[in-house]
Write a protein that binds this ligand. Structure first.
Ligand code: 2M8
Length: 423
């Protein structure tokens, strides 16, 4: 049975491979997405280490001169009307720091160094022959420097748009978004609703707010003046991945003969700040920098700091995962938002459904902290969910019914990783 699932996951990754990278979904997302490619590499490394390396290399080929890794790299051959907001909206190629290829100007969670290290470990000899890490390391380091210098708030990094969290429609952004005047819907044309039911996607009002924030950021010249930006939040998942990826950068540096110590120091400081700033009542929350307060809602992002090694609050996070808010192991997949929370919606994108990539992060975190029984149960539940629903973008957390796009790349990739990583 696992052989069938394994084969089907490989087929999805092959079908979505463009020759240089993997699109998240042929229909809904026909370009390269930043953190999707990192998860894809984590799965693809079991099929072809070389292809997994190329997935990351092609993304970093579109890195800006200021170090930012754009959240979308547009395929020049894809139909311009296939995705909104497309290159005409972002106007990146007019920016002095941008690469020749059109990209967005936002970023996504920094999973890349972790993915690069896991990709290397899948076949070190082959990676060394290709000079994979020596070539990628300076780019990964520049990416983290961008985050530290342009987005740094004390020892953490801020996002300036919900899309930068990866959990675009999370209720954790509702309060901050309320202050944003939506762009009227006649000012743009949504394409997502051509592919997915409206009840499973953000509302028009929320979409209007995303468009407003992205347009304002573009019009500032992608300047990162945090004091002037309307939306400046510290997200627990972004910061957990930043800390975990700094540790991975230290491992990469040591492997190629560079000094790992600066990376270890950044990782330790980020991990300490994450606990000091974002941890309260047994959970990690988002923090609004302008309002100077935590959003006390619970989202799955608050469990993902488990990916940080030696996190002192890990036992509290495991307890929260097992409790009524997330019922780890007792739902099809861990929900993206608190099952008892006022905004819980089991169908709508990032407001309740279970996602495979965040589930993988929780699984990886449990494994890191020696919670092997919980990790094994979560792995079994995730594989069962994929077998029943197929490689959907997200699932109803109770029934396990598929939602959003089909044949979704990171779903196939993390399922493959769970299958091929011996429990
Ligand atoms: C979703 O986000 C894009 C915008 O980036 C969209 O809705 O149009 C999110 O789930 C995001 O985390 C993901 O990277 C992207 C592609 O899978 O889709």
């Amino acid at each position: 049975m696992n052989t069938t699932l394994d084969r089907a996951a490989v087929d999805v990754l092959l079908a979505n491979w463009t020759g240089a990278y993997t699109v998240p979904s042929r229909a809904l997302y026909p370009h390269q997405w930043s953190w999707d490619s990192a998860f894809v590499a984590i799965g693809l490394r079991h099929v072809s280490a070389r292809r997994a390396q190329r997935e990351l290399e092609s993304l970093f080929g579109a890195q800006w001169a200021d170090g930012r890794v754009p959240h979308i790299v547009f395929d020049p051959a894809a139909a311009p009307e296939g995705y909104f907001p497309g290159p005409d909206f972002w106007r990146s190629t007019g920016h002095p720091a941008s690469p020749a290829v059109a990209t967005s100007g936002l970023v996504q969670p920094p999973v890349h160094a972790l993915a690069a290290w896991l990709t290397f470990r899948a076949d070190p000899a082959q990676a060394r022959r290709r000079g994979f890490l020596p070539r990628l390391y300076p780019r990964l380091a520049a990416w983290h420097r961008y985050l530290a210098t342009r987005r740094g708030v004390d020892d953490l990094v801020a996002i300036v748009h919900p899309w930068e969290s990866g959990m675009d429609n999370s209720p954790a952004w509702d309060d901050a978004l309320c202050r944003v005047e939506p762009t009227p819907t006649h000012g743009f044309r949504r394409r997502d609703l051509l592919h997915v039911q409206a009840a499973e996607r953000p509302t028009d009002t929320d979409y209007g707010r995303y468009v407003r924030l992205a347009g304002d950021y573009r019009d500032s010249g992608y300047a990162d003046r945090l004091a002037d930006a309307q939306f400046v939040l510290l997200d627990p998942m972004v910061n957990a991945l930043y800390a975990a990826s700094e540790s991975a950068l230290a491992d990469i540096a040591a492997e190629i003969g560079e000094d790992p110590r600066p990376h270890r120091e950044v990782a330790e400081r980020a991990s300490a700040a994450l606990v000091a700033r974002l941890f309260a009542d047994g959970f990690c929350h988002a923090y609004d920098v302008h309002e100077r307060r935590l959003d006390r809602q619970r989202t799955v992002a608050g469990l993902t700091p488990l990916v940080v090694a030696d996190l002192p609050v890990a036992p509290a996070l495991v307890k929260s995962a097992l409790g009524d808010h997330f019922r780890l192991g007792r739902t099809a997949l861990p929900p993206s938002y608190d099952l008892t929370g006022p905004a819980f919606d089991p169908d709508r994108y990032w407001r309740g459904p279970g996602w495979f990539n965040t589930t993988w992060l929780v699984w990886h975190g449990l494994t890191q902290h020696g919670e092997l029984d919980h990790a094994a149960r979560l792995r079994d539940a995730t594989l069962t969910a994929a077998r029943q629903a197929g490689f959907r973008e997200y699932l109803h957390p109770f029934t396990g019914e598929g939602r959003g796009a089909t044949d979704f790349s990171w779903t196939a990739a993390v399922v493959l990783d769970l299958l091929r990583t011996a429990p």
